[in-house]
Each structure stands twice: as C-alpha cells, then as structure tokens.
Design a protein around this ligand. Sequence first.
Ligand code: SAM
Length: 248
Amino acid sequence: MATLYHGKMAAIYDAMYQTFVDYDEEYAFYNSFIKENNCKTILEIGSGTGNLAKRFKESQQDYKGLDYSESMIAIARERNKDCTFIQGDMRDFNLDKQVDAIIITGRSTSYLTTNEDMDETFASLFNNITDEGIIVFDFIDANRFIPYINENQKIIHQARHEGINYIRESHWETTTADNFMVEWQAKYYTNINGVKNLIADDFSTVRVFTLNEMQLFLYLNNFEIIKTIDRKTYAYDTYVIVAKKKSK
Ligand SMILES: C[S@@+](CC[C@H](N)C(=O)[O-])C[C@H]1O[C@@H](n2cnc3c(N)ncnc32)[C@H](O)[C@@H]1O
C-alpha cells in the first residue's frame, strides 16, 4: 500500500491533483455511463479527497465514497459535510444495500498488485452491484506505459495551488518479477522563488495491466464488457472499462 495517502501526504496529494486533474471533466465522463445505464445509486471506490463526491452531491445524486485511507477520507469529509464516506478495502467490502453503479476512479486499480487482489476485488464488486448494475474503472495501459518509463528516466510534474508552486519528480523502475509492476519513487518539493524544498518522499509499487489480461480477469469473474474506452489522462494512457454481470 502506498504511503502517499497517509498523514500529510494526503493534503499534498490533494493540492497537486487539483491542478493535474480536471475534476469537472472527470465527473462528466463517469456520470455519462451512470446516465446511459439509468443508475440511481452510486459507489465510488478510491474516492480520495472527495473531488468527484462534491460534483455528485451538487447534482443531488445518491452517492457514497469508499477509500482505504483515513487521511484521504478526512479531507473528503471536510469538503463534503453531508456525504457518506466508508473506510474500506475494495478487495473485501459489503454495503448494506447493493448499488446500481460502482466506479473505481483515478487509476486506483494500480494498487491491486496480485492476481488474488484482482479476483477478490471483482468478487466484491459483483456482490455489491444489482443484477442490472454496472462497474466502471480505469487502469494504466502497460503496453504504452512501460516503454514510456524506459525512455524517460525522470518525469517532472509542476503544479500551482493556492499560491504555492509544487514540483514532483518521479522515477519509475520496471520489474516483471510478478506481473507488470513498476516501482515508483516520487519526491515532492515546494518551489519558492526558485528554491526547492523537499516536503515529502514516497515509494510505491504499483501495477499496470494489458487490456487482454483485464478482459480475462473480467471473464473469469463473471463480468461482460459493455464498453472499452482508450483515454489519456494527465500523465497516463489508460483504458476505461464499463462492464456488467454476465447474463445467466
Ligand atoms: C491515485 S488516488 C485517486 C483518488 C481519486 N479517485 C482522484 O482521482 O483524485 C488512489 C486512491 O485509492 C485508494 N486506495 C488504494 N488502495 C485501495 C483499496 N484497496 N481499497 C480502497 N481504496 C484504495 C487510496 O487511498 C487513494 O485515495
């Protein structure tokens, strides 16, 4: 589990991602599948600091968030006073009532590093959506990401939030020991008048997937794919999949 989402890193994440990600566009994108499939009740997994929650609540939709990190949830609750956030693990959770749509946003699938994690997650999703329900999730495309990080040793992102300039320097190392895993080392700095000040250091092991293996995971876990979208997000080539329970 990444350390990134704990303690003060949650606040730094929140500040930086506000500038990387267009959450209005992100909301419109995910909401389009929810509307298309007439879903009334929604669970977002990896709800993070509650940026999508805010948009769902503003549109008066029946939304709940679920995240593993208490620190991320604390920020999400601060941002959305009237919203339910559940501290939980996507690999093993049980809602009181099944929902019509579960979305896993912001490449949170990268933290499912073993095949067992994948199977457990899909089993939980299966049990927590209605028979007509859908799941929508994104993942980083291994076929494009691995060549990219092999060719770019250091990847720098800059962001400005509430008058503060931030720099993130990432270094990715490929390892194929188990699946397509990448080791991600990130150093976060503030940049005040050209002087860099290290504020946090993070090391995570994350997983990227090929489209074929994701199709097989879904097949083996009794889902059928409704749509596959090739989508570039701020730094990654991703696929987004919309799936439903296999017809009996
Ligand atoms: C990259 S952040 C994305 C947050 C948010 N969706 C966004 O786009 O800003 C990944 C999130 O997934 C959460 N997460 C990681 N593993 C998880 C798990 N097993 N179950 C639930 N949440 C998890 C982290 O705590 C973090 O908030």
